[in-house]
Every structure is written in C-alpha cells, then in structure tokens.
Write a protein that binds this ligand. Structure first.
Ligand SMILES: Cc1cc2nc3c(=O)[nH]c(=O)nc-3n(C[C@H](O)[C@H](O)[C@H](O)COP(=O)(O)OP(=O)(O)OC[C@H]3O[C@@H](n4cnc5c(N)ncnc54)[C@H](O)[C@@H]3O)c2cc1C
Length: 497
C-alpha cells in the first residue's frame, strides 16, 4: 500500500484540483472519493489524522435498526449499505457483532413489536450479505426467550423480563488501521495527505478559490498551497473555518453536542453487545459493547457552548453516567476507578440540542462567497463515505470513479499490526511498528500509540510498553524524553477520574 510521506516542499510546487481542510473521517473519505475519480487532491490536517472526533467513535458500524422506529427508510437503507461497504472492504478489521436488547413489555420494547421490527430489519436489509465473504455475513434477527436471554447475558435484570431482541451489527476491531488503510489506498490513487498542517486562510482571485495559506504546526513556518477547489471538512471547527474563509454558516453546527463513551477495566457481562435502558432515569438507551474483552459503554451526551481542542467530560456527568450503568445492570457495581479511558467528541446538534439528522453541505458561491469553496459537516461515521461520494460527485460531475473492488483487492497483511488487548509490545511487534513509523507519517510518539495502533486503548499496557518504542525513533534523547512525558500525560489523563 502507498506510503504517507510528509513532503511539504513537493506539495508546495503542485497545483491541486482539490484541497481538503480537516483529516477526520469526513476529510479522509472525501480524499478517497476524489482520488478514485483521479482528482489531484491534497488533504491538510492540523494535528494528526483522525485524532479528533473520529477516534472517539463507538467502534461499531450500525445498520440503522433504530431508524425503523421512526420509519426513516432512507437513513435505514443508507446505513445498511454503508455497513456492507465496511464489512466488504475491511474484513480484516470489521466483524459481525451479536446484539441483545432485554424486553420488559414497555412501549416499543415489547416482544411483539420487536419481532415485527426485526422482521422488517431483515427484509429491508435483504442485500446485506451480497458479496460478503463467509464468516463475515450477518445472520437474521430473532426474539429470544427469557431463559435464553439469561444464558447469553448472565447479569440481566430478570424482574419483569419477557425475553430479548437479538440481531447482528458490525464491530470495528482495529479502528486506527482501518483509517490508515483508507488513507494509504488514497495515496496509491495519487492523493497527498499531510498531517500537522493547519489551514489558516483562503487565497482567492476575482472571488474564485486559488489556494490556502497554512502553518506547519511542527515548525511554525507559513506555507501556501495552490488549489482550484477547497472543501472545509473541519468537523467541530468547520463553522470557525467557514467564518475565516468567507462567513459563518450556523447550519454547519447549530449547537455543539458533546458525546462520550467510557471504556471500563471490567470484563463485559455478555459476549453480545447490549442495548440497555436504566430502569430509573430518562429512558436513554446505552450500548454496552464487549470490546477486546473489556466493557465499552456509550453514549452519554450534553450540549456545550465552548469547543475546546481537548474535550473533557464534566465529573458530575461521569458520576451520572456510572449511576445509569449501575441501574441498567444490577450488581455490576461500576466505579470511577474502573475507568480505563474516556472517549469524547463534539457533534452537530439542532437548535433543540438533539443530534443533527443530516449532514450539512454549503456551496459558498451560492451565497455570494468565493467560487470553488465548500463547507461540510457530517454526523455519522457510518455514512461518511456516502456523504463524501455525493459531495465529490456534485462538485466534479464529469469525473468517473474507479470501482472499489479494484482499489481494495484482498487483505493486506504486511503493514498490519493488530494487538490483543493485554499483549505487551515484544520484538516481533516492534518490527511491525517500525514499518508503521516509516510508512505512515508518524511524527510523534503519541501518533503511533493512539492513532496508528490500538496500543493506547489499553493505557496501562501502553505505559508499560513505551520504553520499548524508543528504538523506533531515530531521534536525540531530549526529543524522546519530551515525547515520552507528553504521551504519558495523554495516557494518564484519558484514564479518567
Ligand atoms: C462518543 C462518540 C460516539 C460516536 N458513535 C458513533 C457511532 O456509533 N456511529 C457513527 O456512525 N458515528 C458515531 N460517532 C460520530 C462520528 O465519530 C463522527 O460523525 C465523525 O467522526 C466526524 O468526523 P469529522 O471528520 O467530521 O470530524 P473530526 O474527526 O473532528 O475531524 C475534523 C478534523 O479537522 C481538523 N481541523 C480543524 N480545523 C482545521 C484547520 N484549520 N486546518 C486543518 N485541519 C483542521 C481537526 O484537527 C480534526 O482532525 C460518534 C462520535 C462520538 C464523539
């Protein structure tokens, strides 16, 4: 697969057809969609690829069962198709995930209603396994008896239990590797992704885009890149960037919704992912995800005024979240000290503070702004490819894409590093990590630990492994010391409490 080389000098001399500002999943999928149409594209990320909202995702690709509740068949079908895309082209990282939702005979969570919903789920996702390899196909859903429910989920609250809904969705085991695969496949197609470059200003001539002015955040140097079209895909910062470039468009991010998932240092109470609604509280359903043998629970949410580069969930919200978990599974007795890691990010919400339903795309020229400038803000990881495909098709209608089969042919093993959750870094893994450092624009120790591998998903293991990684970086001792301290700080601060 293509190597990501941070050659700023080369990019400065080029004339790009498209420049993307923001290297989260939306920017990365835009890069893929542009590159498969042979559009000469530069992606600029102010920190590291995927390091903001994207890496805080729940690590699942949902087929959209919940959209059936509101009979939103368009979103349902979109999610099913996109889940299939991930399972088909990333079988080494994405697997079927069994899900269970205990039913207590209330409202929509009754056996008869859920039986109908699961039937519709199967009917409307009839093509979910087309072209998918054996072992990765998603079986149909069913209603389980009370007895079977208790067998699959030992700690289930049996008071009033009527049975459970059981279905399959998809789980992303190596999130960081999946993102890198999309980037490296885009490089194969001619793309130029550069990390640690912050886009500051839009360059225009006669109200037409001609490039961007940036800062290399590693050196502080100013750089200009030439490009005919610019897409602002800066996620939570898209409004700010839009205002810098042209003007503010509140529809990009009407409100800021902080979302979080918490990884607990506890064995999951079931091998199935569980959709559970605490008996006391607001009726919010949480997703208990058995992830790499640990328990990942999401999603908590609050509206926030301020977007900080570092998203910190208020302590009292974590207390409430843990109370909810303990009310959802009697006897689980989760404590703050069980927290391994808090994953938090900001997503766009409506005026009423509800998660936006649809992505927002703005063609600035339709509002008197520069021709060739677009801003986009997406809501779901699952549909990021689809949104990118539609956006690029609209901007470059005459460009024909090459097919995904020819791009993602077969499983790539050589650059892969997948680690068991408790696996300590050893000589063999150090050799694999060396390839990643060489080939994937790893500038900092934290890039490797948090955004190229799942090492940092187990902060204790990562802290124990740091010294073994020193040989991978041919840098002076002072550099290593500083990087180690910074990475330790990140690993410790993300361990909550
Ligand atoms: C807790 C949580 C759980 C979630 N669960 C799910 C789920 O189950 N299913 C699902 O589909 N989705 C889920 N999501 C949503 C999904 O993660 C987001 O929709 C997606 O990651 C947004 O990606 P993005 O590229 O828009 O934003 P980001 O990932 O934030 O990327 C924007 C990037 O732009 C960069 N940037 C900003 N300004 C500049 C600049 N001036 N120059 C250069 N770069 C810049 C930033 O550094 C950042 O990397 C979840 C999100 C969270 C937080």
């Amino acid at each position: 697969m293509g190597k990501i080389i941070r050659d700023i000098g080369k990019a400065e001399k080029e004339n790009f057809e498209l420049i993307i500002a923001g290297g989260g999943i939306y920017g990365i999928m835009l890069l893929l969609e542009a590159s498969r149409r042979n559009i000469k594209t530069l992606l600029l990320e102010k920190n590291d690829f995927g390091g903001a909202t994207t890496l805080n995702h729940l690590k699942t690709v949902h087929g959209g069962l919940r959209y059936l509740q509101s009979l939103d068949l368009t979103r349902f079908r979109e999610s099913v198709n996109e889940r299939k895309w991930f399972v088909k082209y990333f079988p080494e990282y994405v697997s079927p995930m069994s899900c269970i939702m205990p039913l207590y005979g209330n409202g929509l969570k009754r056996n008869s209603v859920m039986r109908g919903a699961l039937m519709l789920n199967d009917i409307f996702s009839f093509n979910r396994n087309m072209g998918i390899t054996e072992g990765k196909k998603l079986p149909g859903g069913k209603i389980l008896s009370k007895k079977k429910t208790s067998e699959l989920f030992e700690g289930v609250d049996t008071t009033g239990l009527k049975g459970s809904a059981f279905w399959y969705d998809a789980n992303i085991e190596e999130f960081q590797r999946l993102i890198m695969k999309v980037l490296r496949k885009s490089v194969d197609l001619g793309a130029t992704p550069l990390n640690y470059i912050e886009v500051k200003e839009l360059l225009t001539e006669n109200n037409k885009v001609k490039g961007v002015k940036c800062i290399d955040t590693e050196t502080g140097e100013e750089i200009e890149f030439s490009g005919e079209v610019v897409i602002n895909a800066a996620g939570p910062w898209s409004r700010e960037l839009s205002a810098n470039f042209d003007k503010d468009f509140p529809e990009l991010f009407k409100k800021n919704l902080m979302l979080w998932n918490i990884l607990f240092d506890r064995k999951a109470p079931s091998d199935c992912a569980m959709g559970l609604t605490p008996k006391r509280g607001r009726g919010h359903t949480y997703f208990f995800h058995p992830w790499k043998g640990r328990l990942l629970v999401g999603t908590g949410e609050i509206v926030v005024d301020d977007i900080k580069n570092c998203v910190k969930v208020p302590g009292k919200e974590i207390d409430k979240f843990i109370d909810d978990m303990n009310s959802a599974i009697p006897g689980i007795d989760l404590k703050k000290k069980d927290i391994l890691k808090i994953y938090a990010g900001i997503l766009p919400a409506s005026e009423s503070g509800k998660l936006s339903k649809r992505p927002a795309t703005i063609d600035h020229s339709s509002h008197g702004g520069p021709a060739g400038l677009y801003s986009i803000s997406g809501v779901k990881f699952t549909t990021s490819r689809l949104v990118a495909d539609k956006t690029i098709k609209k901007i470059f209608p005459d460009r024909t894409p090459s097919g995904y089969d020819s791009i993602f042919n077969g499983i790539e093993g050589s650059e892969d590093i997948t680690l068991e959750y408790n696996e300590i870094v050893n000589e063999k893994s150090v050799n694999k990590l060396k390839k990643i450092v060489e080939d994937e624009s790893v500038l900092h120790l934290s890039d490797l630990v948090l955004r190229r591998t799942s090492l940092g998903e187990n902060p204790k293991r990562a802290l124990d492994s740091l010294d073994k990684l020193k040989t991978l970086f041919k840098k002076e001792t002072a550099w290593w010391k500083k990087e180690k301290i910074e990475t330790e700080k990140l690993l410790k601060s993300e361990a909550g409490s």
